[in-house]
Design a protein around this ligand. Structure first.
Ligand SMILES: Nc1ncnc2c1ncn2[C@@H]1O[C@H](COP(=O)(O)OP(=O)(O)O)[C@@H](O)[C@H]1O
Ligand SMILES: [Mg+2]
Length: 382
């Protein structure tokens, strides 16, 4: 438990997207070296890291070489095969632990484990074959949501089962992979809590953060969420319980549904910094990426304390569809809005390219301001 890696040590990150990039930026600010491992070349993380290992996640020799080159390994991408994390663990410390990774890799395992801890989740049934699907729909009713148990993100691998959905046809799309059917939750709103836990077992949390999705992809996040205090406390306590029970060192985010009748249900968890926590970079005394660095390095956590209410809005590839966004006009009309870009070359629709954050007197005001700022980026094309 006494693992402490002072500045000057090298931290490893598995996965090389924007989460790894923002982690690496904080790590370097604190004087750490960063090595990144992923199958992608010139990735958002590699652009700011000291060294890039390009290999498949199941290339065990490459994983060994990577692990030997760092003191501690963390993740920005949780779908790393167990065989690879097993090898990594022989040569470096791995945080968060492999148990929470395995749990978050499979929606059935995740929901079953949460339910065992006494944490409320939507009703669900594992779907392994055609009969399971028909029985599950019979039990959970329509609408309900069918999801692949593994590898889903940004709403990919999900189908809403409506009154008129042809189950035979839906089954053909899901056949051959483990899936899960969930009750359709009539939520009032969606929130998340970003938790951080140190090697010494200290816990701190940011949130709840209010989240709005567009086409199943996070669009807007607002802090504070503006929900009753008792529900906020409950969401934070659930996050603490999960992190403590699973002995997570690092950052973990839980996405919740708040139902119309005031119940809090866990939708999913991510054992890493989360898109909804990006506003912590500009709004908080310590951001989620610095917390991740501090936790895995064996330092004490900082405070998440936010200076002012804040809002974050995502910039997807769609914003580039008509041409380069008008950064110059944005900088002129919204000098206070913070622009974060992830260094991705190809702006495909739905691809997360960057985000904007702004602080204001209230969350509502901040939300309205980032919306306007994003609109301005493409205004000259409209
Ligand atoms: N059971 C459900 N009931 C209602 N809406 C859901 C349900 N599951 C997912 N959604 C909606 O789809 C979004 C994405 O689903 P989620 O399970 O979080 O997958 P992903 O891994 O793609 O983020 C959620 O944030 C929510 O808006
Ligand atoms: Mg989600």
């Amino acid at each position: 438990m006494s693992h402490y890696f002072p500045p000057g040590s090298t931290l490893g990150v598995l996965g090389s997207g924007q989460l790894g990039r923002m982690f690496a930026i904080e790590a370097r600010r604190l004087g750490y070296g960063v090595h990144v491992f992923s199958p992608e070349e010139n990735s958002p993380t590699a652009q700011v890291a000291d060294r890039e290992f390009v290999a498949s996640y199941d290339d065990l020799e490459a994983i060994e070489e990577f692990a030997r080159s760092v003191s501690v390994i963390t993740f920005e991408f949780e779908n790393v095969p167990a065989a690879s994390t097993d090898v990594a663990q022989k040569f470096a410390l791995v945080d968060p632990c492999v148990d929470i990774l395995s749990l978050s890799q499979n929606r059935n395992r995740e929901k079953t484990s949460l339910a065992k801890m006494g944490i409320p989740v939507p009703q669900f049934m594992p779907v392994q074959n055609r009969d399971d699907l028909f029985q599950a729909v019979e039990k959970l009713g329509r609408p309900s949501v069918l999801k692949t148990a593994t590898m889903g993100y940004d709403g990919k691998g999900q189908t809403r089962i409506e009154v008129d959905t042809d189950l035979e046809q839906t089954w053909r799309e899901y056949e051959g992979q483990e899936s899960i059917l969930e009750e359709f939750v009539e939520f009032e709103l969606e929130i998340s809590v970003v938790g951080a836990r140190s090697r010494q077992g200290d816990f701190t949390a940011c949130g709840p953060i209010l989240n709005e999705h567009r086409n199943h992809i996070l669009d807007l996040s607002v802090l504070p969420a503006g929900i009753p205090e008792n529900i906020s406390q409950q969401a934070i306590e659930i996050t603490r319980t999960v992190m403590t029970e699973c002995n997570v060192v690092g950052v973990l985010c839980i996405e919740y549904f708040l139902t119309k009748d005031g119940r809090l249900l866990v939708n999913e968890l991510a054992p890493r910094p989360h898109n909804s926590g990006h506003l912590t970079i500009d709004a908080c005394e310590t951001c989620q990426f610095e917390q991740q660095v501090r936790a895995i390095a064996g330092l004490s956590l900082g405070r998440f304390h936010h200076y002012q209410p804040a809002a974050m809005i995502n910039l997807l590839g769609d914003e580039w569809e008509l041409g380069e966004p008008d950064w110059q006009e944005l900088s002129r009309q919204f000098p206070d809005v913070k622009v974060h870009l992830y260094g991705k070359q190809e702006p495909r629709p739905g691809r997360k390219m960057g985000h904007l954050t702004c602080l204001a007197e209230t969350g509502t005001e901040a939300a309205s301001r980032v919306r306007k700022a994003r609109e301005l980026l493409t205004a000259r094309y409209r």
